[in-house]
Design a protein around this ligand. Sequence first.
Ligand SMILES: Cc1cc2nc3c(=O)[nH]c(=O)nc-3n(C[C@H](O)[C@H](O)[C@H](O)COP(=O)(O)O)c2cc1C
Length: 276
Amino acid sequence: MLAPLEGYTDAALRTLCFRHGADLTFTEMAHVESFLRNNRLALEKIEAHDSTPVQIQLLTGREEELERFLAGFEPFPGFEGFNLNLSCPSPDVIRRGKGAAMIKRAAKTQRLVSAIKGHGYQASLKIRLGTNAYEKAQKVYLNALGGVDADLFVVHAKTAAQESVEGDDYSVFPECVEAARGRPVIANGGIDSAEKVRLLRGMGVAGVMIGRAALSSPAVFDELRNGLGLNDPVKRVPDVEELRGEYEALHASLGGRDDYRDNLLRVLGRRATTRY
Ligand SMILES: Cc1cc2nc3c(=O)[nH]c(=O)nc-3n(C[C@H](O)[C@H](O)[C@H](O)COP(=O)(O)O)c2cc1C
């Protein structure tokens, strides 16, 4: 899966990654209240462009605003459900009771998931291991996995207090898989090689989500599939120049913001930078 990446994962990048092996993509985070205010920039993030499979990522802590949004939402081809962001580390978002602040609020999260499912849509969560080391030690993430009836859980194996340069703690995955009781757990954080995917699959995860490595090469999905023997026959992986041309053509045909295109073209082909 292609991770939600604010400033990057526009329709063109999502479709490029889908063409090169990602099964599912995500829109970048958007506050539900901004949709309700008819904020143009927020609404652009969830416009239909083509039928690339996509989940819409939402930031909310309030059932009533989510209900109001869902009541007016029109699904489109490729729409695969909603992802609740329980992972944003921004202090401002956490102070407002959203993003990573929601990890320890399983009952409230369940109500949000029920609202989504009540409208007949799939609901997934993207969580971290807590807002800080204390919450991680308390294993708050297991409550979210065990106490919320989501269709899929993405676990970014870090706390919100950890810098993007710090390593991810993959040792949590076996207990996450157990806590989720049969519902798929997707591993996220620093995944850039078939060896890491093999290790994580050995821990029982159902799949992986890739962020920064997909900015360096949107074809990383096929590269890893080839390495894991999942592409039969093995697929040719395009070079950076081909990927650049393909992205630019998609951006021109699907539409999108120039600053997002510029952001991507700046990092495409670079080694996955650790700070963004
Ligand atoms: C530039 C950037 C923007 C991001 N925007 C979002 C976002 O909108 N929603 C979200 O859930 N995570 C966001 N993330 C976190 C990623 O989805 C992912 O969890 C994180 O980068 C770890 O995966 P990676 O090591 O494969 O990059 C962002 C990360 C980066 C680097």
